[in-house]
Structure formats: C-alpha cells, structure tokens
Design a protein around this ligand. Structure first.
Ligand SMILES: Cc1cc2nc3c(=O)[nH]c(=O)nc-3n(C[C@H](O)[C@H](O)[C@H](O)COP(=O)(O)O)c2cc1C
Ligand code: SF4
Length: 215
C-alpha cells in the first residue's frame, strides 16, 4: 500500500470528507486494516479485480485462500498501453472473458483421458488443474519438489515474494480438482510411457531471452 501514509495524512487534513483509499491494495486483510484504523471510508480496487473479479465475493465468504492475488507486475497495463493488445494478466488467464468471475469448469468431458503433464511451472500447473477439473485423470511430473517452476526463483528476489500467489492458487486448485503430483523427478520417456497417457503436455519451461535493448 504505497500511498497509505499519504492518504492517512490527507484524511486528517480533510475531516468530514468521504475518502476512498486506492493503490496496490491486494489483500482483504489490508483493506480491512485501513477501515479498522479509520484511514478510509471506501476501498478502491483496480488490478486486484483484474486478477480476480471474484475478490469481493471470496473475501466476504471466507475464501481468501481461493483468491488469485494481483502481484503488481503491471503486465495488464503493459499489454494495453505499450503493445496495444487486449489486456492480459499473469494470474488470470481468463481476464475479460464473460464467464471469468469465480470460474471453475462446469462442463465435464464425455470421455476421460489419462493426461501426463511434464513440468510444474505456471503453464503446466494451469493446464493440469483445468484438465482435471474438466474430468480428466491428470498426473504432473515435476523436477522440483513443489509446484512453481522458475516462478519460484523470482520469489527469492526482493519484491518478488508475491509471485508465489500465482502457483499457490494453482496448487490449491489442483488439489481440489484431484491432480496427482509427483515431485522430485526429472521425467524420462520411460516415466511418461509407464503412466500410459492418452495425452502428454510438455511444459518444461521456456529459455530466457536477453532483451534486445540491453548493451
Ligand atoms: C490497465 C491499466 C492502465 C492504467 N493506466 C493508468 C494511467 O494511464 N495513468 C495512471 O495514473 N494510472 C493508471 N493505472 C493505474 C490506476 O490508476 C491504478 O490501478 C489505480 O490507482 C488502482 O490501483 P490498483 O490497481 O493498485 O488497485 C492503470 C492501471 C491499469 C490496471
Ligand atoms: S497483470 Fe499483474 S499487475 Fe495486472 S492485474 Fe494481473 S497480476 Fe496484477
């Protein structure tokens, strides 16, 4: 909440004026703290609702564990303003879809497939939980002992801790959908074949590319 001090000062200077606090309020607990300390009358949410438009419903019904939290990466801004593309969000693949609010697959598949996902980074985990929630039998083979892949590295850097919320949500969703997770294995062909898959998703990660603008 980068503007908290500023807004609190403004509030003291303007008694009786109704104030909305806004700016990087991502967690219901943060919003509640501002209200409890009488630092705001209203809470303004921008990106928190881009990342999860069900934020208020989940907050009001004790499902904060189920929120896809905004990680303040500004990809949403960047796609629209810099690249002139439709908005994208790194924690909400369905952003701006008509059915995005509190989305969970409702239509089950007619024929269940055995699906093996190799790689438990953000792409692999998203594919895994959605396929399982649709009714498929999904196993994830992960080199790391826990989901997250390279995003986990980012969380070790200053300011990157919040990124964990992307794979935390996916982990919870995968458990709810019944995904089988096998960690600590560098999957070989024989490991995949042994599971007799109908489909295989290779999500073993992308290569880092040096930005062209770097000298
Ligand atoms: C897609 C997008 C575009 C934005 N463009 C601007 C902008 O042009 N100028 C600006 O001052 N703020 C801009 N913002 C920041 C909003 O003013 C900010 O999101 C708002 O204060 C709420 O904060 P929050 O998103 O952290 O909740 C933009 C935000 C988003 C998500
Ligand atoms: S793209 Fe990043 S900053 Fe924008 S809403 Fe999603 S998580 Fe938040």
């Amino acid at each position: 909440m980068p503007y908290r001090t500023l807004q609190a000062t403004l509030r003291q200077q303007l008694p009786g004026v109704v104030m909305m606090s806004a700016g990087r309020i991502t967690d219901p607990a943060e919003a509640q703290t501002l209200l409890d300390h009488n630092e705001a009358d209203l809470i303004g949410l921008g990106r928190a609702l881009v990342a999860d438009p069900a934020w208020p419903i989940k907050s009001a019904t004790g499902r904060t564990y189920d929120i896809r939290y905004c990680v303040s990466c500004n990809t949403c801004w960047d796609t629209m303003i810099t690249h002139r593309l439709p908005m994208a969000c790194i924690n909400n693949p369905r952003v701006a879809w008509v059915d995005e609010v509190d989305w969970w697959p409702t239509q089950k598949v007619e024929k269940q497939k055995r699906i093996v996902v190799v790689g438990a980074g953000l792409a692999g985990m998203e594919a895994a939980w959605v396929a399982a929630a649709r009714g498929h039998n999904v196993t994830v083979l992960s080199k790391g002992s826990e989901p997250g892949g390279k995003a986990r590295l980012r969380t070790h850097l200053d300011g990157g801790e919040e990124v964990s919320s992307v794979y935390d949500y996916q982990t919870t969703a995968a458990q709810r959908a019944g995904v089988k997770f096998v960690g600590g294995i560098t999957a070989q062909l024989k490991d995949v074949i042994a599971l007799k898959p109908d489909s295989v998703v290779l999500a073993t990660g992308s290569e880092m590319v040096k930005p062209e603008w770097l000298p």
